[in-house]
Design a protein around this ligand. Structure first.
Ligand code: HPA
Ligand code: ZN
Length: 333
């Protein structure tokens, strides 16, 4: 099964590029930028990754980003992920980035997006991995800052496929960003947002995302199982959920594998991604294997997770069809 998963053509839709910053690269970038890190070794740094909740993860996630300063830093960050992705036969990825985590510490938006964009272009020609960018707003910052970031992104609209919402969900409901999302839709961006697992008011947040904001898909979102009506809405719209089992394990103590299975059985377009693989020590392949260990998924079910992902990907129909045909050919072979 491990070989089957390794060779499966994959699609990753829930991946924070800043969450792919491995300790080795963190040290390299710190040295490049003349910064000191509070760890003496890679092992010591990894040993500090002891989160047990979303906020405890986010603290280390943001602290780590200060080594990212220049366009080549962002290029190297994205290129390192895309190389790992290519090794795991990820054929297509939609990559989140958090511009406010950088502009808030004085790194220009332009520096961030140019570095990422250049890596995406090189990965396509050099590695055969295609990827697009999704710009996330930080929900624990004010809505006005999100709106300003949205406006700042407009000159780069051709390089960004959609917008997302991440960071600390507590007290930061989707409704806070209704006007930002409305403007993003008018500008032609596709819409997703995090509805993190087991958060306060999880169901009400999912309801706002689906019914009030009208997102195209949901990141995480397994708590939707608590509301039959919302499940029916998602099914009727063919919406997808980008689930991240290993991340769930860190944030909630459970992979939420049974919930993921239930969603799959109901016919919801569930997909599996890695979220922040450098911090959770699992890229997409390891996430699929962790889920398989928990659920004994069949080959057909593992393939279906990839078909789901290509189906809900923000790509033209004929491109999705070509990727789904790759999955079908792999399973048949
Ligand atoms: N949830 C919220 N914010 C995040 C996440 C996540 O899974 N990863 C990076 N920022
Ligand atoms: Zn996430």
């Amino acid at each position: 099964m491990k070989d089957f998963v390794a060779g499966l053509p994959k699609c990753e839709l829930h991946l924070h590029i800043e969450g792919t910053l491995e300790p080795e690269l963190k040290f390299e970038l710190a040295a490049r930028n003349g910064l000191e890190l509070p760890y003496s070794s890679v092992a010591e740094m990894r040993a500090a990754y002891t989160f047990d909740s979303l906020p405890s993860f986010l603290t280390i996630y943001y602290e780590s980003m200060r080594v990212l300063r220049t366009e080549p830093d962002f290029y190297d960050l994205a290129m390192a992920y895309l190389r790992r992705a290519a090794e795991q036969n990820v054929r297509y990825a939609e990559i989140f980035f958090d511009p406010q985590a950088h502009t808030s510490r004085g790194v220009p938006f332009d520096v961030v997006i140019r570095g990422l964009r250049r890596a995406l272009m090189d990965a396509e020609t050099q590695l055969g991995v295609r990827a697009q960018l999704i710009m996330c707003f930080l929900r624990d910052f004010q809505a006005e800052y999100a709106m300003a970031t949205l406006l700042e992104s407009l000159p780069y609209k051709e390089w960004i496929v959609g917008v997302g919402l991440d960071s600390d969900e507590k007290g930061n409901p989707p409704a806070k960003f209704a006007a930002v999302y409305e403007r993003a839709r008018q500008e032609g961006y596709l819409l997703t947002m995090h509805c993190d697992v087991d958060q306060d008011d999880a169901i009400e947040h999912i309801r706002q995302a689906v019914e009030d904001i009208g997102v195209n898909r949901i990141d995480h979102g397994v708590n939707i199982l608590e509301d039959q009506r919302l499940v029916e809405t998602v099914l009727a719209r063919g919406m997808g959920l980008t689930c991240c089992p290993v991340s769930n394990g860190f944030v909630t103590g459970s992979l939420k594998a049974e919930g993921i299975r239930k969603l799959m059985d109901l016919g919801v377009r569930v997909t599996i991604s890695s979220d922040d693989p450098a911090y959770f020590a699992a890229y997409v392949q390891e996430n699929l294997l962790a889920l398989h260990d928990a659920l004994q998924l069949s080959r057909e079910e593992l393939a279906q997770l990839q078909r789901n992902a290509f189906e809900i990907a923000w790509l033209p129909r004929h491109v999705k069809d070509a990727y789904v045909a790759e999955v079908d050919a792999y399973v048949a072979g």
